[in-house]
Ligand binder design. Structure first.
Ligand SMILES: Nc1ncnc2c1ncn2[C@@H]1O[C@H](COP(=O)(O)OP(=O)(O)OP(=O)(O)O)[C@@H](O)[C@H]1O
Length: 764
């Protein structure tokens, strides 16, 4: 019975000098790679069976000889193995290299040896020896004689592209098209609801970013479709591999623009066998709090500025012994006592001494107030025969005193403070004096108004200023208990999935959350049965090993501050595009965002658009030049086969025309269709969406392919065919730059076809 597992096998592979893939060569390269893939799949299947049996056995023997935590940890450990092996089955083998010394290696999604005879079958794409596969060129061969790219479905090798690197004459290399065939095949594949990884076709300029050092802040600037998201996720997988000891404990935080986007990218890391990452949006950065509302851009921009920190500090101070002047204390069964203003100020000063946050300073305040009360009592009745500590305890239990504590130094919740601040005009004006009326009107709102994304960094800041409230301890314990139950349920689901899996299914879908092998040790050490990622997710004060921000051009200074709090070493990768900044009409610069808070950062640019065909990019660039006349000619990896279509319609028929164009796109393309339109147009798509949803519900998986959203929702997404509905716009000079950039974002979403349905002047 084999005893190996991917983790252990992996370390063997890293010591390997070469793999002989030439023994008993089948006749053609495709047949040769098919034989290799069959063998690799057999080994994976065997390991999978073994791990499933372990999982089943562990689940079937409740705590025999093990305490509950140990059992949970083992269950999760085996569940992770099972899921890791399952997800690895897709696109397992994609490359090979032949070195100058004659060594031949196969490169794949994970490192694997045959557990029976120890033969190395696959090298993990992230291992140092695999690097040249991505970066070698005929001019810089990096010790390689030849490279082989392999494309396959789960079980079948579909093509093999051999690329000689050692050639006497560079003209012998063959044409670029055949060299790039694997890349072109990857770019032309129909898109689905989920992003795929690019592990088989990473390009040289992308590889340099992916394998860049962990330390420091790296900005990756690139136009639409240049692979920023893909590279950021591959980089997360690479860093988790290369710095496993550190990062599997500290976890990588990935911030994406919205929930749909997180869903879109959610399969990439699991498909690469990695799970030590937490995915959030700016709206869900603070555990337990979610922003659900929107607000005017000028209000959001104001809240994003760093000067708001001073206002928040002031707002908290305003709760500490708020009204000067005399207070009457009416203790039960005793004469009322007068607490004069000067005395209360003394108490406040003592409460505020040191740097203790507000809630945490409450005991200090209580102690100072009780001291004053005792002094007054002594003055009135002479010194008492009771011990001071007894008198303090007595007074502290008096309801009138407790009421006074709560009135003069209330325990505060950050969300309540934000709600109060932006709904109570008196509090608001005290915190933000002399605001322009328009801004004041945009910021003030009813107390029951939902939180907005720009409120979340304020909640985070306030949580720091307020400190822990001891009262939620019980709630946290309950949450930990329910997390454990979820773990067990999750492991059972994995088992069910394995049992139900159709043996002939060509694609095993990747689970959203798996547990890394190395997390086992941490679980045991932590003793609470949760993975580091799970613990990080529920802990606002978690310090992450690395932070990745996608669409980072939309990061406000306050959000950046909240992210730096989560990673004070500033080990961060920020990917984005200044030209896709739409939060305000101002121009975005990386220096403007970073310089005030990140003393040193570096920038790399990505230049080739792998998504949008050249002929569509030219139309989109015409729109971009409305705001940036000097925008350079775009470079697309493909020119594409379909000219963009522009349909002019009456404003009243915009929705109807968009729906017709979407129906046509669904009929002529086999992949996904995105309709990007203002909210007012979405209603016209209702029927088409219902039709698609009904077909999908009836089991026609191929029909779950229509998406409808606004340009802001579409950020970061892509579709095979896109319909952009453009409402009538004012004279072009009057169109705001953010509006042009939103349109630019929308026009750059297609991988193949674009239809613009427009109700006004030509946009290009
Ligand atoms: N090396 C590559 N091999 C195969 N596909 C790639 C490669 N690089 C990028 N792609 C594909 O190109 C498309 C665009 O990539 P991605 O979404 O990462 O771009 P982006 O720069 O984040 O775009 P945007 O800023 O417009 O959101 C994706 O389908 C991605 O898988």
């Amino acid at each position: 019975m084999p005893t190996g597992h991917p983790g252990r096998v992996e370390s063997t592979v890293r010591r390997t000098r070469g793999i002989d893939i030439s023994s008993s060569l089948p006749t053609t390269p495709v047949a040769e790679e098919q034989a290799a893939l069959d063998r690799i799949r057999d080994v994976v299947a065997e390991l999978l069976e073994q791990e499933t049996a372990y999982l089943r056995a562990t689940l079937g023997q409740p705590s025999e000889g093990l305490n509950l935590t140990e059992r949970d940890a083992l269950v999760a450990h085996h569940a992770q193995r099972v899921q890791g092996l399952q997800t690895a089955q897709y696109g397992l083998l994609f490359g090979g290299v032949e070195t100058d010394e004659g060594g031949r290696f196969r490169i794949g999604r994970l490192g694997l040896s045959d557990p029976d005879d120890g033969e190395r079958l696959l090298i993990d794409w992230r291992a140092p020896v695999a690097r040249a596969f991505y970066t070698a060129t005929p001019l810089h061969r990096e010790g390689l004689k030849a490279r082989r790219r392999i494309t396959s479905t789960d079980r079948t090798v579909t093509a093999v592209y051999d690329e000689p690197l050692l050639v006497d004459d560079l003209d012998d290399l063959g044409d670029a098209d055949s060299r790039d065939a694997a890349l072109m095949a990857a770019l032309d594949r129909p898109r689905s609801q989920h992003m795929s990884d690019i592990v088989g076709t990473i390009q040289r300029e992308q590889d340099a970013i992916i394998r860049g050092p962990l330390a420091g802040t790296l900005v990756v600037q690139g136009g639409p479709g240049t692979g920023k998201t893909a590279v950021a996720l591959q980089r997360a997988a690479y860093l988790l591999y290369e710095h496993r000891n550190r990062l599997s404990k500290s976890v990588v935080l990935i911030v994406g623009p919205n929930v749909r986007f997180l869903e879109y990218i959610s399969q990439v890391l699991p498909s690469l066998g990695e799970d030590s990452a937490v995915l959030v949006t700016p709206s869900t950065l603070v555990p337990g709090v979610t922003a659900t509302a929107t607000e005017a851009p000028l209000a959001a921009e104001f809240k994003g500025r760093l000067d708001i920190v001073a206002a928040l500090k002031q707002a908290v101070r305003a709760f500490e012994v708020p009204n000067e002047g005399t207070r009457m204390l009416r203790p039960a069964g005793l004469k009322p006592m007068t607490l004069d203003g000067r005395m209360l100020q003394r108490v406040r000063t003592r409460g505020r001494s040191g740097s203790t946050p507000h809630n945490a300073a409450r005991p200090k305040f209580e102690k100072a107030l009780l001291t004053e009360i005792l002094r007054l009592e002594d003055e009135e009745h002479g010194s008492s025969s009771m011990e001071d500590w007894e008198r303090r305890a007595d007074w502290a239990e008096d309801p009138a005193v407790q009421e006074l504590f709560d009135e003069l130094w209330p325990l505060l919740d950050p969300v309540d403070v934000v709600r109060g601040l932006f709904s109570d005009p008196a509090q608001f004006d005290a915190a933000f004096p002399r605001l322009e009326p328009v801004l004041r009107a945009a910021l003030l709102r009813p107390r029951e108004h939902g939180l907005t994304p720009a409120d979340i960094p304020l909640v985070d800041e306030l949580a720091e200023l307020l400190g822990e409230d001891p009262r939620p301890a019980a709630a946290a314990a309950a949450r930990a208990r329910s997390d454990r139950a979820t773990d067990l349920e999750y492991a059972q689901n994995v088992l069910d999935m394995v049992t139900d899996a159709d043996a002939d299914a060509d694609h095993v879908s990747a689970p959203v959350s798996i547990v890394s092998a190395s997390a086992l040790a941490d679980r045991q050490a932590a003793g609470d049965g949760r993975t580091p990622a799970e613990r990080a997710m529920s802990d606002r004060e978690w310090v992450y090993g690395h932070v990745i921000v996608d669409e980072a051009q939309e990061t406000s200074p306050m959000l950046l501050r909240a992210l730096i709090r989560r990673c004070p070493t500033r080990s961060m990768t920020l990917v984005g595009d200044a030209n896709q900044y739409t939060a305000t009409d101002a121009a975005f610069t990386w220096a403007g965002l970073l310089d005030p808070q990140v003393p040193r950062w570096s920038r790399t640019d990505l230049t080739v658009n792998y998504r949008t065909p050249g002929r569509i990019m030219r139309l989109a660039t015409g729109v971009l030049r409305r705001v940036d006349p000097g925008a350079p000619e775009p470079t697309s990896a493909r020119d594409g086969d379909h000219e963009p279509r522009v349909v002019r319609v009456d404003a009243a028929r915009l929705g109807e025309a968009a729906a017709r164009a979407a129906a046509e796109a669904l009929a002529e393309s086999e992949g996904t269709v995105g309709v990007i339109a203002p909210l007012g147009v979405h209603g016209a798509l209702r029927e088409l969406r219902a039709d698609e949803a009904a077909k999908a519900a009836a089991g026609d998986a191929a029909s779950d392919r229509l998406w409808v959203g606004t340009p802001d929702d579409a950020k970061g997404l892509e579709f095979d065919a896109v319909v952009v509905a453009v409402p009538p716009m004012p004279a072009h000079e009057a169109v705001s730059s953010a509006t042009w950039k939103r349109l630019y974002v929308a026009l750059t979403r297609p991988t193949k076809r674009l239809t613009v349905v427009q109700a006004g002047d030509a946009i290009g």
